[in-house]
Design a binder for this molecule. Structure first.
Ligand SMILES: C[S@@+](CC[C@H](N)C(=O)[O-])C[C@H]1O[C@@H](n2cnc3c(N)ncnc32)[C@H](O)[C@@H]1O
Length: 459
């Protein structure tokens, strides 16, 4: 559609029916064939909206009135849901959230992968009540805004902080510790970070909680190497018996990245521990660890079921992070080989293997798409390949190397159904049949979708 044909103008009010959910959780519908995104709406609703942004290909609009409401619309329990960018789908009943995630996966497979009529299993959700307070990691920005220190979460697409009394998707301990830290910041007049001037001290507070162990780590992220009231911070935080580890992380860069490179252990243990099933993991400030530990076990059990190991297989765990999937499957495999680009994560993976008494797992550092072709040239063979890439999906060189290894099965764990569908198309054209697709809800109340797909090599 050309610019002249854009049928809406800024500020115009139009009525339309919502037909889908975009990946950011906004409802999406067409007005005279033109795409309009409307945050806070649900498919099948008819809504009147006011256009607030017009682009060549689409517009965005604010909801004015709900003319036909979805029967499973609910009142979002969080008082700052509309302003905060953390959650996007609290206004959908939980069963509807799960169904929307299933539909999103199915639609991407159809649109991008060309898989018509694909059976996508019902999304595995969390038990009633467990879809709240599931996060084990919280990173709360502290900032100096409009003349005062504030802390909370960022509003959507901005760095304006929305303050909140509690965040009901994070662990209760995180709220308690953050509440106390806010009081101490005020009491000791610790200067919060001023992003514009790159001044102030406290930038973020990170809290990590071991759900099985109840161990808590607190990381105070500062711009300066000096931490005012250091001894008092330790004394006050130690009053929480769950806190096992207190760090200062120094981040003096002008950056959106939360953690700087330098960690100073102020008090306690260098790591906390958590369990996924029988496997324990050490967690340090920089370690990658899935943020929903209850569903991590559910997700890994799906991978286990799909891999269906007998104890004789060589398993490649590609994009392995700290080795968690391979270690979870290790008791059913002859050998596990993990590949990961972040060297520190591989150090953690090796430690995790040792701590769990696993001696048949080995690890290689490097880009999977570079390391795998080298292994192929060296004549590696593997029965099962697991890939768990970042949002951009697998590199084609990696898929080519995997196809050359000719594993019996490939289990694909994905946090982005669009790139999963793209890679599934490639795999289907190169000798792998897509046999099962299972979404797992790792991120209730948000639009993020996790999927496990099983590909079986066709002889
Ligand atoms: C979604 S995480 C998966 C981590 C792990 N499987 C887990 O469940 O905890 C993706 C991982 O891929 C790694 N990564 C990103 N690009 C990579 C590449 N080109 N080659 C190897 N690893 C890569 C990231 O560092 C990250 O650890």
């Amino acid at each position: 559609m050309s610019r002249r044909e854009v049928p809406v103008q800024l500020g115009e009010k139009v009525t339309l029916t919502i037909t889908g959910l975009a990946h950011n959780g906004a409802g999406v519908g067409k007005y005279e064939g033109f795409t309009i995104f409307v945050p806070g709406t649900i498919p099948d609703e008819t809504v009147t909206v006011e256009v607030d942004q017009v682009k060549k290909q689409y517009a965005t609009a604010k909801l004015q009135s709900l003319d036909l409401e979805h029967p499973q619309r609910v009142v979002a329990p969080c008082p700052v849901f509309d302003a905060c960018g953390g959650c996007q789908t609290q206004h959908l009943s939980y069963p509807l959230q799960l169904e929307m995630k299933r539909r999103q996966v199915r639609d991407q497979f159809e649109r991008i992968g060309g898989f018509a009529d694909l059976q996508v299993e019902t999304t595995i959700g969390m038990d009633e009540g467990a879809q709240w307070r599931y996060r084990n990691k919280s990173q709360i920005p502290f900032a100096f805004q409009q003349g005062k220190a504030v802390s909370g979460f960022f509003a959507p697409n901005s760095h304006d902080i929305v303050e909140f009394p509690e965040c009901i998707i994070q662990h209760q301990m995180a709220d308690e510790v953050i509440g106390r830290i806010r009081e101490l910041v005020r009491k000791w007049k610790i200067p919060a970070y001023d992003e514009k001037r790159h001044q102030g001290v406290l930038r973020h507070v990170m809290i990590r909680v071991g759900f099985e162990t109840n161990q808590v780590m607190v990381v105070l992220v500062t711009r300066t190497s000096e931490l005012p009231h250091q001894a008092e911070w330790i004394e006050e935080l130690r009053k929480f018996p769950e806190i096992r580890s207190i760090y200062q992380n120094i981040n003096s860069e002008r950056t959106n990245v939360v953690l700087g490179k330098q960690n100073r252990l102020l008090w306690g243990e260098p790591t906390i521990t958590d369990q996924v099933g029988k496997v324990s993991f050490s967690i340090s400030p920089h370690s990658f660890f899935q943020i929903n530990p209850i569903q991590t076990k559910v997700l890994y059990d799906v991978v286990k079921e799909y891999a269906d190991l007998s104890g004789k297989e060589t398993v490649l765990d590609l994009y392995c992070g700290t080795g968690s999937i391979g270690l979870y499957l290790a008791d059913q495999a002859k050998q596990v080989i993990g590949i990961e680009v972040v060297a520190d994560a591989i150090e953690d993976a090796k430690k995790n293997a040792t701590n769990n008494g696993i001696t048949h797992a080995s690890y290689l550092v490097g880009k999977a798409e570079k390391v795998m072709p080298r292994l192929v040239r060296d004549g590696i063979s593997a029965d099962v390949v697991i890939v768990d890439p970042p949002r951009k999906g697998c590199h084609e060189e990696l898929l080519e190397a995997v196809a050359e290894v000719q594993p019996k099965k490939l289990v694909y764990v994905s946090c982005n159904p669009a790139t999963l569908a793209r890679d599934a198309k490639w795999l289907a054209e190169h000798g792998f049949e897509l046999t099962k697709v299972q979404p797992v809800d790792m991120f209730p109340q948000t639009s993020h979708v996790e999927t496990v797909a099983l590909f079986v090599r066709v002889d």
